[in-house]
Design a protein around this ligand. Structure first.
Ligand code: URA
Length: 452
């Protein structure tokens, strides 16, 4: 590495609350990617950034350096749009909104993540379908999105490799919850996929990384601004994650709920979330005049069955067993179930969403380390949600577990009924809002481009 800067001086500058230049940031990240900057130096810089922040220009410079640490794809046409979520519990909206958007003419190049901590991962969930390949090459990825309009793969080492290293260090140095670091991490990967616009679902509430709404708003602003600086059309949607999305939590259970939603029989919150985000993709793509019109098109694609057909095509084009759509017994399934019963009458006023996510992990449905193996069959169905009226003895949730896990299920069930699902005599005065804020910004360069 050409020694134009010193890692020590850069760390010292950020420690002392000074601004870093684009060249300093680029030099540091290039050094990390080549193995010439040590993990302990990167960790020190991460902690300095965590404590003292980065301004807009520094955040863009970090995103740029992480983006160009690997391959960068480019689909310049306006109708290539991706969606990303900051992660939550029971969030399976991608399986519904991506086929809806594709059925409406959007091309969706989706590189999704695996679950970590209490949150589930899109890639783990889709792998519940026998044969579905998520590790296809970037060449096949490009071919499939152009030919079929929809492709879904996992992170590859070729895309933003600096993020892989940095994320692993953040995970063990208590530096995850930083707005500039989250922005650069998410945006470096999303920008590398080459879509011309991105719909970002930013979760807030006790099951989200940004639990406080004020932080979610700051993250949304940071992500929008960074996307615009890279000439991307951006929509940020802040959505509630203070209870799981839909009712199913666990990999194959969530695939079943997604297919049910594509058949028009899904839970209302999951359906509303999927239509809002798909409508945003259609709007950003330039295929609808307004977001509202995008949502109307999305609704039509759902009710006509066109979105379900697109999902079938996605499974088929990536080697999966399409028969799962009509026969859920082809998905991994546990032999046993355990019902969690309400111990009193009243209304559900609060749910500890993060804790419920961790119960799924304890059953084996999620991972705490990236090397952990996933059990696709386990999880639970949450039968009751916030605001619901409850009678003593009602089934609050049904845990899907293996025979040898019945003691664990009993233990988790007790936690759910005594602590996680709060039942009070009086209903909350204010109803929870699922879609909290939508903001759209078109990058000037792309605004007038029309699909040929
Ligand atoms: N998801 C990411 O990809 N990166 C973060 O930093 C947080 C969520």
């Amino acid at each position: 590495m050409k020694q134009t800067f010193s890692a020590y001086n850069i760390i010292q500058k950020k420690r002392d609350k000074e601004k870093l230049t684009k060249d300093e940031i680029t030099w540091f990240i290039e050094g990390l990617t080549k193995g010439e900057i040590a993990d302990y130096q990167m960790s020190a810089l991460l902690m300095a950034i965590y404590l003292n922040g980065l301004d807009k220009n520094e955040t863009v410079a970090l995103t740029d350096a992480m983006l160009y640490s690997g391959k960068v794809l480019n689909f310049p046409e306006q109708y290539f749009i991706d969606k990303h979520s900051t992660g939550g519990v029971g969030d399976k909206a991608s399986f519904i909104l991506a086929p809806i958007a594709a059925a409406c003419g959007v091309k969706v190049p989706m590189i999704a993540g695996r679950g970590l901590g209490h949150t589930g991962g899109t890639v783990d969930k889709i792998e519940s379908i026998k044969g579905f390949k998520t590790d296809i090459s970037l060449d096949d990825f490009v071919h499939l999105v152009k030919e079929r309009g929809l492709v879904l793969i996992g992170q590859t080492g070729e895309i933003a490799p600096a993020d892989k290293k940095i994320y692993a260090l953040r995970d063990v140095t208590a530096t995850i919850e930083s707005i500039p670091l989250i922005t650069a991490s998410i945006m470096s990967k999303k920008l590398a996929e080459g879509a011309s616009g991105i719909v970002m679902d930013i979760k807030t509430g006790n099951g989200a990384f940004m639990a406080k709404l004020s932080d979610a708003k700051k993250l949304a602003e940071s992500i929008r601004q960074t996307g615009l600086r890279f000439h991307k059309n951006m929509m940020t949607v802040i959505t509630d994650m203070s209870e799981p999305t839909g009712n199913a939590v666990g990999n194959s259970l969530e695939i079943i709920e997604s297919i049910e939603t594509l058949k028009g029989r899904g839970p209302s919150d999951l359906t509303e979330l999927s239509l809002t985000l798909a409508g945003g993709m259609i709007y950003l793509a330039g295929l609808a005049k307004t977001h509202k019109n995008g949502i109307e098109q999305a609704q039509l694609a759902l009710t006509s069955g066109a979105a379900l057909d697109k999902f079938r095509e996605l499974i088929e084009s990536q080697g999966g067993d399409v028969n799962v759509i009509d026969d859920y017994s082809l998905l991994p399934k546990t032999k046993s179930t355990f019902n969690v019963l309400a111990t009193k009458n009243g209304y559900i006023t609060q749910i500890d969403c993060k804790s419920l996510g961790m119960h799924c992990v304890r059953l084996g449905g999620g991972r705490l380390k990236t090397s952990d193996k996933i059990d696709f069959a386990v999880g639970f169905i949450l039968n009751k949600k916030c605001g619901d009226k409850i009678k003593k003895g009602d089934t609050l949730a049904t845990i899907h577990c293996h025979d040898h896990q019945l003691d664990l299920a009993r233990e988790l069930g007790l936690e759910m009924s005594s602590k996680d699902i709060v039942i009070k005599a009086v209903k909350n005065k204010t109803k929870k809002k699922l879609i909290i804020e939508v903001q759209t910004k078109f990058a000037p360069k792309l605004k007038s481009k029309k699909r040929k």
